[in-house]
Write a new protein. Structure first.
Length: 95
């Protein structure tokens, strides 16, 4: 049985208040993406900050493959901690 990862609601809500981070999560809701997929959202340094923050909060996971990095949404982890939260935020972001 997998151990449940406990997320901090304050950190999660802080992460979700930023529009760029919400757009990153929205794109990741379609599946795993390479970091370069988000180049239109801003400079590399700013995106790296957002990726690190989202990973720290437990909203995404980052996987390295050679020199490339792949991001994926931690949907199951977020849903097990805060059922419906991520879906509501993504729906509002998409609208």
């Amino acid at each position: 049985m997998k151990k449940k990862i406990q997320l901090d609601l304050t950190l999660v809500l802080d992460a979700l208040r930023d529009p760029t981070r919400r757009l990153i999560l929205l794109r990741l809701s379609g599946g795993e993406c390479r970091c370069s997929t988000f180049a239109d959202l801003g400079p590399k340094t700013r995106l790296s900050y957002h990726f690190a923050y989202l990973e720290k909060t437990g909203l995404i996971s980052i996987r390295k493959e050679g020199v490339r990095k792949y991001l994926s949404l931690a949907q199951d982890t977020v849903d097990s901690n805060f059922p419906g939260l991520l879906q509501a935020v993504l729906h509002a972001t998409h609208a």
